[in-house]
Structure formats: structure tokens, C-alpha cells
Design a protein around this ligand. Structure first.
Ligand code: CUA
Length: 159
């Protein structure tokens, strides 16, 4: 069977691309351990407020200038809905939802997470400027979606 020269080039290059993509997947899974969330990292969202760490949603100091916030979105509020940290604080948010898909976006920061029932989303922000940073739910979640809000209060550092 006679195969046209250009046809041959395209057949070979498409096989090369496929092999390269398969190799990229294999490297990310086996060498870097990047996988989809497995069953062990999921939990029952309806019980999320009964079990650690989300049984006490709030702000925790984990080191000098470093904080962790455990945040739960639910129809139609955030727990906690007021977060107080000193200026310069680096805050890691660990967030989930108790019911439907919510979101959180903090004004004037790059933090923008989906809050998904049964999964934890994580993001970190450093708040250098004192002031109030409004945060909102950015996923339509029902009749009072527009009321789902809170704020981060960044206090000027004491001297
Ligand atoms: Cu929660 Cu919109």
C-alpha cells in the first residue's frame, strides 16, 4: 500500500503528540503525585459542622503573622462572617460548603474559591493594608444568594 508522503508526516506527528500527552499524564501522576481527589479526601457535607476541623469555624493563629481560617458556606451565610487579623497577616483559607455549591471572593485580593459540598478548597492571602475587605458568594445559590457576604477586618498593627 502506497502512503502519500504528507499523509505519513501527519500520521507520525499525531502519534507523537498522543504519546507526548500520555507521557505528561504519566509523569504528573507517578512522579508528582497529582491526581483527582480520591474518596478519602471527601466527606459528608451535612455533617461538616459536627466534625473537626469545621466544627469550630473561625480564625486560628498558627505562627507569628500566620493564620488559618476554617470557613463554611451555607445557605445563605458564611461561618465565620467576620474575620479579624492584624495587618501583614498571611491567612490560609480552608473552605467548604454544608449544602450546595457556593463561592468566595475577597475584595481587592486574588482569593477566589469555589466552596463545594464534601471537598475542601484552599487559598492564601497576605493582607498588608489595614481596612475592611468585603467577601461575597459568587456562585448563584438560591433566593438569598445576594445576601451571602462577610468581611475581613485587617487591623493596623499595634506598636
Ligand atoms: Cu452562596 Cu451564592
Amino acid at each position: 500500500m502506497e502512503v502519500e508522503r504528507y499523509e505519513k508526516i501527519w500520521i507520525v506527528s499525531s502519534v507523537v503528540v498522543l504519546v507526548a500527552f500520555l507521557a505528561a499524564i504519566a509523569i504528573s501522576v507517578f512522579a508528582h503525585g497529582i491526581t483527582l481527589p480520591g474518596a478519602e479526601s471527601r466527606f459528608d457535607p451535612s455533617a461538616v459542622l459536627q466534625k473537626p476541623p469545621f466544627d469550630k469555624p473561625g480564625v486560628f493563629e498558627i505562627g507569628p503573622g500566620r493564620y488559618e481560617v476554617y470557613l463554611v458556606g451555607m445557605i445563605w451565610s458564611f461561618a465565620p462572617n467576620e474575620i479579624r487579623v492584624p495587618a501583614g497577616a498571611t491567612v490560609t483559607f480552608r473552605a467548604t460548603s454544608r449544602d450546595v455549591t457556593h463561592g468566595i471572593q475577597i475584595q481587592n485580593t486574588r482569593l477566589n474559591l469555589m466552596l463545594l459540598p464534601g471537598l475542601i478548597s484552599t487559598g492564601t492571602v497576605t493582607f498588608n493594608e489595614p481596612g475592611e475587605y468585603l467577601f461575597l458568594c459568587h456562585e448563584y445559590c438560591g433566593i438569598a444568594h445576594h445576601a451571602m457576604a462577610g468581611k475581613v477586618i485587617v487591623e493596623a498593627a499595634a506598636r
